[in-house]
Design a protein around this ligand. Structure first.
Ligand code: PEP
Length: 257
């Protein structure tokens, strides 16, 4: 049984006072959080400690980093390490987000090293994959997803794969207000799950959580979450406001296999 994961990605937004104000509104709204889902918040690095402290001991709630380096320490100015994240109490790390790939030039090979390093440090990677609009229009969606999965998970064993979360985020849907149709989302999620079955085994494929990301909002969350292979959401813009993210995080869910 896959427990859906509802994740907020704040990107480069919010100062500490803004984070505290969000948490003051959001935490009371999570009184209704049941054991049928998990909620994770990925603040910018300066907010990790504040969010970790506020959510510590709260069942079903956790913290994610938005990125990390694969080394534990060293001469890597501006970077943050898996050791630093796990020491803070961070549980997940978003890796290979399309902004890291397409704005900062991260390659599949670089992302693959981070995925392995995260797993070795008890951090669950949320590996983002997704095609650009021109790739979808050229009929290359599955080839793009296949290459990102194959390369991004190249160092991961079947045993480790259980702790990997995949986020299917079509690049053309991120921050644009355009959401994938339920058919497009389900098709991509099935493709990724079948790949898991072929590359690892059917047990892993059944177990692995595949989130959808790309303009998820309170108005479309339940429809997307009702899809049989969508196991949660990675939410950017609509997760900046406490009421809006609470509505998404608590949206009706259909139990899945
Ligand atoms: C994201 O940041 O991963 C994302 C999906 O953003 P948005 O929800 O704003 O499209």
């Amino acid at each position: 049984m896959r427990i859906p994961l509802m994740a907020a990605n704040w990107k480069m937004h919010k100062t500490i006072p803004a984070i505290i104000s969000f948490l003051d509104s959001f935490i009371p709204l999570m009184r209704e959080l049941g054991s049928d889902r998990e909620v994770v918040i990925a603040p910018p690095f300066i907010g990790l400690e504040t969010v970790c402290r506020a959510l510590r001991g709260r069942k079903g709630m956790g913290v994610a980093a938005q990125n990390m380096h694969f080394e534990e320490q060293g001469a890597f100015t501006g970077e943050i390490s898996p050791l630093m994240l796990s020491d803070l109490g961070v549980g997940h790390v978003i890796l290979g987000h399309s902004e890291r790939r397409h704005v900062f030039g991260e390659t599949d090979g670089f992302i693959a090293k981070k995925v392995v390093s995260a797993l070795e440090h008890d951090l669950k990677p949320i590996l983002c994959i997704g095609e650009k609009l021109e790739q979808r229009e050229a009929g290359e969606t599955n080839a793009v997803l296949e290459a990102q999965l194959r390369k991004g998970l190249s160092g991961v064993t079947a045993e480790q794969a259980q702790d990997v979360v995949i986020a299917y985020e079509p690049v053309w849907a991120i921050g644009t207000g355009k959401t994938a149709t339920p058919e497009q989302a389900q098709e991509a999620h099935i493709f990724a799950r079948k790949w898991m079955a072929e590359h690892f085994n059917s047990g892993i494929a059944d177990q692995i959580r595949i989130l959808y990301g790309g303009s998820v909002k309170p108005a479309n969350a339940a429809e997307l979450m009702a899809l049989p292979d969508v196991d949660g959401a990675l939410v950017g813009g609509a997760a900046l406001d406490a009421e809006s993210f609470a509505e998404i995080a608590l949206c009706p869910l259909t139990p899945r296999a």
